[in-house]
Design a protein around this ligand. Structure first.
Ligand code: FAD
Length: 519
């Protein structure tokens, strides 16, 4: 049995050892020479609970349970947990076993004025599962609602409970030869409900990769009643109820289950990699691919830093990792077309044998899955690590890429006193633009890491909003992206959202501070 880490990403057996933390930090001179110790969970200091759970409700005030639900899994969450003190921990943790429990818990919380923060896998990187106010609050852990309730083989869809973690739902679909095929990097430790509530993006680069496109209907418990939309393949009947709850981040209701569109499991796969001398040339190639209608499953452009750090290149080149897959058709000829487009746009295609795996693509994949553990190791060494993602149209990508490199790089230098690293990859590509994802690493000062991270985050948000790149492409808004989100959304829309919140959650108990100011 593997054990979930209470302070960092994933499972404890995959965490970096002390020696590995030191080795990782060697590339950043100026960091301490040994990692911060990880406090024992039993020693973590929490405030006294202010909630007396009434009989008959599934509420726990257990120390470890409260500590595990205090924060999400952003860098600043990891650093705060490592301090050994969790002043913002929930007063109680609710563990509903079914939808009736969710209804009863919301009724009680509304009448008692207790804040409720839905908690799926707790993988939020935007402060989405904590509470930063002074009312008593409970974290509502939905992972007991984890079953595939029904499969409609004819329409190729399934009704799945919202608390099912990625592997738990895929395991139940596998015997039917079906898959949801939604694989965010956080897949193992995040839930269907969390994906819906945050409009998550899977790691496929094109077409059916956003959870928005995979949902057929949703069932949501709000404090004023249950909202259930009809199962429809498409509909033009006014504004969509699902669109209102998608991305609502626990502020309008608790999603208890959803009908989702499934796919047959892929049988054919192929991958290739292409080197480019610079990002501007590579942008042209990726745009040609995105606009050709060939829909690669993977189309991940890595700048030279990302390519070197992941082991996808040792030559200082930018690398484009391409992948294609299908449940129905062989894919080799599609891959040939894709690599042909990349070659015509100035790329050098790595030699490949039909059916063989591409080594750069494999190196990238391994590094991608290990990355969150590496981040935690660096956090223990007091490095500052931030990732942020955006999207913009192709006509603006050169400017956005260069400006983020310059200005966020300058902010890291100013905050830490030494130059840091700002690298970039594309996670998703669309015919009209890419979704660039930036990783920032700098030398932090022990004890000041959170404040330094906040300054870097503010600088990044300022650049993105000034250039009208979205403040988030798939990480959600939560609490940490609020300033950028407030600038991005039109005021009439904000007024409508406030009105919806007032109508569905009149006591203002659901995740206050996320998307909107608390009422
Ligand atoms: C290492 C790492 C990699 C990541 N990679 C990706 C990625 O590739 N793509 C991506 O999109 N995101 C990614 N994320 C962010 C995060 O995993 C997503 O936001 C994910 O969708 C959250 O799911 P969760 O179940 O963990 O939700 P939580 O973190 O528990 O909650 C997220 C938000 O949704 C609300 N919520 C949760 N469940 C419900 C529910 N049933 N009803 C109503 N509200 C609910 C919460 O209140 C909170 O506001 C990553 C995060 C980490 C730490």
């Amino acid at each position: 049995m593997t054990e979930r880490s209470w302070w960092g990403w994933g499972t404890t057996d995959h965490a970096l050892t002390d020696a590995e933390c030191v080795a990782r930090a060697a590339a950043l001179p100026g960091l301490p020479d040994r990692p911060r110790p990880v406090p024992r969970l039993a020693d973590v200091v929490l405030p006294a609970s202010r909630v007396a759970p009434p009989d008959g409700l599934p509420l726990s005030t257990d120390h470890d349970d409260r500590a595990r639900h205090a924060y999400g899994k952003a860098y600043r969450d990891v650093v705060r947990a490592l301090s050994g003190e969790l002043p913002g921990a929930p007063d109680a943790v609710a563990h509903p076993a079914d939808e009736d429990d969710v209804v009863r818990l919301l009724d009680w919380a509304s009448s008692a004025g207790v804040v409720v923060v839905p908690f799926g896998g707790g993988s939020s990187v935007v402060g989405g599962v904590e509470y930063r106010g002074d009312r008593p609050w409970l974290s509502m852990d939905l992972t007991a609602l984890d079953r595939v309730l029904e499969i409609d083989r004819v329409s190729r869809a399934a009704r799945i409970q919202a608390g099912a973690l990625g592997p738990v739902l895929e395991e139940q679909l596998r015997p039917h030869g079906l898959t949801l095929r939604h694989f965010p990097q956080s897949f193992e430790f995040s839930t269907l409900g969390g994906w819906l509530a945050t409009r998550a993006g899977g790691h496929y680069a094109t077409v059916l990769t956003h959870i928005d496109d995979l949902v057929e209907s949703m069932r949501v418990v709000t404090p004023v009643g249950i909202s259930e939309s009809w199962r429809l393949p498409g509909s033009g009947a006014g504004p969509s109820p699902d669109r209102m709850f998608l991305g609502s981040e626990g502020t309008l209701g608790v999603i208890t289950d959803a009908w989702v569109r499934l796919q047959d499991r892929p049988r054919f796969r192929a991958s290739a990699s292409v080197a480019f001398p610079d990002m501007s040339t590579a942008f042209g190639a990726v745009r040609a691919i995105a606009q050709a209608g060939l829909h690669p499953a993977n189309c991940r452009l890595l700048d030279a830093d990302e390519a070197a750090n992941s082991g996808a290149s040792t030559s200082g080149a930018c690398v484009l990792v391409l992948g294609v897959e299908s449940a129905v058709h062989p894919v080799e000829s599609r891959l040939e077309e894709l690599t042909g487009l990349a070659r015509d746009s100035g790329g050098v295609v790595a030699p490949r044998r039909e059916g063989a795996r591409d080594t750069a693509a494999d190196a990238w994949r391994t590094s991608f899955l290990r990355a969150p553990y590496g981040r935690d190791g660096l956090a223990r060494m007091s490095a500052i690590v931030e990732t942020f993602e955006t999207a913009c149209t192709w006509d603006r990508v050169d400017e956005l890429y260069a400006t983020v490199q310059d200005e966020v790089g300058a902010a890291v230098h100013e905050v830490t006193g030494v130059p840091g690293r700002v690298s970039c990859r594309f996670t998703h590509v669309y015919p009209d633009g890419p979704a660039p994802y930036f990783t920032v690493v700098g030398v932090g000062r022990p004890g000041s890491e959170v404040a330094m991270w906040d300054d870097v985050k503010t600088a990044a948000m300022e650049v993105l909003t000034r250039l009208q790149g979205t403040v988030t492409h798939h990480h959600a808004v939560g609490r940490d992206h609020r300033p950028g989100y407030d600038r991005q959304r039109p005021e009439p829309f904000a007024a409508a959202l406030r009105a919806a919140k007032g109508a569905l959650d009149p006591a203002g108990i659901l995740n206050p501070g996320v998307l909107l100011d608390p009422v």
